[in-house]
Write a protein that binds this ligand. Structure first.
Ligand SMILES: Nc1ncnc2c1ncn2[C@@H]1O[C@H](COP(=O)(O)OP(=O)(O)O[C@H]2O[C@H](CO)[C@@H](O)[C@H](O)[C@H]2O)[C@@H](O)[C@H]1O
Length: 486
């Protein structure tokens, strides 16, 4: 079966967050199930400069007013189709915003073009390639299901995956007439959203199935607290909304071979993590002490609960811990952490910006990763942490609830705990969880056991890739080993 994945970022070429990791890992994981996945991505400079075995497979003389072409090629085992449209994608900054941090004003057009091209591929634009299903990720690909629903094909199926309900891609009504959709697509059954155009809304409304990245988040987003205004629509579509937990790339994230670590290790040589811990302490300006080292690797935003963390740094230090934070985001949160580094020299360190390599080292040497999110569709850093023997301390929401087993008394006695959970996501509850974590850390033997359990827990894509494959099969009516392009 041939599936076309459509995404605005993909690891290892271009990444601002977890979407890239998932888009980069899923094709490889699906291959074992008999699904051949190609991925359509925008031709950002970072993508075009790395694509290999490149072939031009289509040209557009009028792609929403600009010219463009499709280049097929491969990178890092990924089968890519790249939309090379320099007027839309050859820009500095990240995929969504310029270097000054402002969203590009024509994002509606950039990602409408991507989605429209995906639907054309679905109709057989390129000789010898006709996907049976298109899998669209997040609002940037949210128009794909609308182009398919209001287009000529009656057999092409679509799946819409929501990685974060908070980012919806909403625009004014004026853009509608430039989207190449028929007039009747501007309705509650199409792209209309509170009088404007909603890309994610349209994807949820028009796709044959909607998935999100954990079972708990799939239930949460059907409530007003987490639905960001789309809970009503999701409830209407309840029988076609599924939660499929993310996995991780077990090769890219393997402490036994990870080149970003100073010292590699396995569950049986876990004491070697100390070498990485010392390297972290050095890089973050922390004293080389054997005290609990906490880390945070995150966008520094309210969603991620970084204000709850900031409120607890003094307490964490008073308990005898150290903290190494890697991230960037909202200025007031960056400032709050920076001022903590000044209050607690040698105990709290901050590295701002995005640093993939350092994120690996932190997982391989810190004792605990704190993930205090207010909501978390799945969360990947706690999964990397489990694999690396770094204990996750997480709020009990979304995928954090589904992947970490809290070290309560029963779970410790049954020897199944893998981390610490707290609820609700408030400062005092996080403080209480920190206190519990120090108590657990003090019992060296059971702490090591908990680390080893985490390292053995299944965070791979295997189960979830099979679930996606089953979903594709049920929507297309194909069996998984049917030949591509039947
Ligand atoms: N400063 C930094 N330097 C280096 N690496 C950094 C970094 N800051 C973050 N990262 C990395 O970026 C990724 C973040 O992924 P998450 O799943 O935690 O959140 P995100 O909100 O981006 O993703 C959304 O999509 C994913 C995928 O579905 C969901 O898991 C998640 O809940 C949802 O919010 C991780 O790989 C992390 O290591």
């Amino acid at each position: 079966m041939e599936v076309l994945s459509v995404t605005s970022e993909i690891y290892p070429l271009i990444k601002t967050g977890g979407l890239a990791d998932v888009a980069g890992a899923l094709p490889g994981a699906l291959a074992a199930t008999g699904v051949a996945m190609r991925t359509l991505v925008p031709g950002y400079p970072a993508v075009l400069s790395r694509i290999e075995e490149r072939r031009e497979v289509a040209q557009f003389s009028d792609l929403f007013g600009v010219t463009g072409r499709l280049i097929a090629g491969r990178v890092a085992g990924l089968d890519l189709i790249v939309l090379d449209a320099p007027a839309l994608f050859d820009r500095p900054g990240n995929p969504y915003m310029g270097p000054e941090g402002w969203d590009w004003p024509d994002n509606w057009k950039r990602f409408a073009a991507l989605s429209w091209v995906a639907s054309e591929l679905g109709l057989g634009l390129v000789d010898g390639y006709r996907p049976h299903l298109i899998h669209a990720h997040d609002w940037q690909a949210g128009l794909v299901p609308a182009y398919v629903k209001f287009g000529p094909s009656s057999t092409l199926k679509t799946v819409m995956t929501v990685h974060n309900m908070a980012f919806q891609g909403t625009f004014g009504v004026d853009i509608f007439w430039q989207l190449r959709l028929p007039p009747h697509a501007f309705s509650v059954y199409g792209v209309e959203y509170y009088g404007g155009v909603g890309y994610l809304k349209s994807g949820i409304e028009c796709a044959d199935a909607v998935t999100t990245v954990s079972p708990t988040y799939a239930a949460e987003i059907r409530t007003p607290d987490f639905g960001s205004g789309l809970d009503g629509l999701l409830n209407n579509r309840a029988s076609t909304v599924f939660g499929v937990l993310n996995g991780i790339d077990m090769n890219a994230w393997n402490p036994a071979t990870d080149p970003a670590l100073v010292q590699n290790y396995t569950a049986s040589t876990i004491q070697n993590r100390l070498v990485n811990k010392r390297a972290i302490q050095e890089q973050f300006g922390l004293e080389p002490l054997n005290v609990p080292l906490f880390t945070v690797i995150s966008r520094l935003t309210g969603q991620k609960g970084i204000d709850l963390l900031a409120d607890n740094i003094d307490y964490l230090v008073s308990l005898g811990g150290q903290l190494a934070v890697l991230g960037s985001g909202e200025a007031h949160l960056e400032n709050a952490i920076r001022s903590a580094t000044q209050r607690h020299p040698g105990k709290v360190g901050l590295v701002t910006g995005y640093n993939e390599k350092l994120s690996h080292l932190l997982q391989g040497g810190a004792d605990v990763i704190i993930v205090p999110s207010r909501f978390e569709p799945c969360g990947l850093t706690q999964l990397y942490a489990l694999r690396y023997g770094c204990i996750p301390l997480v709020s009990r929401v979304g995928g954090l609830n589904d992947t970490v087993i809290d070290a309560n008394v029963a779970a410790m006695q049954a020897e199944v705990a893998t981390g610490v959970q707290f609820a609700p996501p408030t400062g005092p509850a996080l403080g209480d969880a920190l206190r519990r974590t120090f108590e657990l850390y003090a019992d060296e033997r059971s702490w090591k056991k908990m680390q080893r359990r985490g390292m053995k827990s299944d965070v791979s894509w295997e189960t979830s890739a099979a679930r996606y494959a089953q979903l594709y099969a049920s929507l297309t009516g194909m069996s998984l080993n049917d030949d591509a392009n039947d």
